[in-house]
Ligand binder design. Structure first.
Ligand SMILES: C[S@@+](CC[C@H](N)C(=O)[O-])C[C@H]1O[C@@H](n2cnc3c(N)ncnc32)[C@H](O)[C@@H]1O
Length: 271
């Protein structure tokens, strides 16, 4: 029986690889955010929409043997990948929990920290999810969020119109799946309404050349994402080829710059 529950970006092996590369690019920023939030040894931290759990593994190393990480996702394939990497590393402080974050109740936890990255953007009911996860926080507990707030910043300098059609198609596919790519614009207000105190908010946007390691993150998204858009019937094979060509042409061109999709980092505390 196939119990796998897919979503707009898919849960196939290439996507598991891509999420690993993405986490390696973003890890310094995640570590910095967690440090600013006060995540430390002995704590219980929930990774909401953990995917294959690349961040969960780092969080488990920070929480240490006296702390624990609860990793929640809807994809059984992703959770299996996380359990197998935790076993390979000899980490025994990660509990995985399979749940649909839009539909299901969450486990009854009391946590010191919550980590949510690139998850609210895919929810049909993001505000309800925020309310559900906030209820898990102990008084004084902290939520750290990385979500896009202006996905359409993603592009080249100078502009590539073909590439912009890809970014538009991605945003449209997320919206048609019930999500909102720029959900970061709503989260600070909702956090305030739910009584959390904003500790810090900052934008993260990079302007990079093909020599930057950060370049590999959008590059792999294009490599996997263009084909995904063909598979789910959003663009044609010809359009896909044109996007791959436009990306490759910019990568080869002298003096190319890419601007990354704008992420909002929010750190907020329960009173
Ligand atoms: C872009 S990935 C981010 C994964 C991880 N947070 C990270 O930063 O690597 C989005 C994740 O949300 C999960 N997801 C999407 N819709 C979901 C839902 N309704 N319930 C639970 N998880 C969901 C997917 O399975 C996927 O793991």
């Amino acid at each position: 029986m196939n119990r796998e529950r897919d979503y707009v970006l898919g849960t196939h092996d290439e996507e598991i690889e891509r999420l690993g590369l993405q986490h390696r690019v973003w890890r310094p920023r995640a570590l910095e955010a967690w440090r600013n939030a006060g995540f430390t040894t002995g704590q219980t931290i929930a990774d909401i929409g953990c995917g294959p759990g690349y961040a969960s593994i780092d969080l488990a190393e920070i929480a240490g043997p006296n702390g624990r990480v609860v990793a929640i996702d809807r994809s059984r394939r992703f959770l299996d990948a996380l359990e197998s990497s935790a076993a390979q590393r000899g980490l025994h402080n990660i509990d995985v929990f399979e749940a649909d974050l839009d539909e299901d109740a969450l486990p009854e936890l009391k946590v010191d920290g919550l980590w949510v990255r690139w998850v609210f953007a895919f929810m049909k009911h993001p505000q309800e999810l925020l309310a559900k996860v906030i209820r898990l926080l102990k008084p004084g507990g902290t939520i750290v969020i990385h979500e896009y707030f202006d996905y359409a910043t993603w592009g080249f300098a100078p502009r590539s119109e073909v590439f912009e059609t890809f970014v538009t198609a991605v945003m449209k596919s997320w919206r048609e799946g019930g999500g909102e790519p720029d959900i970061g614009l709503m989260l600070p207000q909702w956090l305030g309404e739910y009584g959390l105190k904003i500790h810090s908010v900052r934008p993260i946007v990079d302007v990079i050349t093909p020599r930057s390691f950060v370049w590999q993150w959008p590059k792999t998204f294009v490599a996997v994402g263009v084909n995904r858009l063909v598979d789910i019937g959003r663009i044609t094979a010809d359009e896909a080829r044109a996007i791959h060509d436009a990306f490759a042409e910019r990568e080869r061109a002298a003096h190319t710059l890419m601007i990354t999709p704008a992420v909002l980092e929010i750190i907020a505390r329960a009173e």
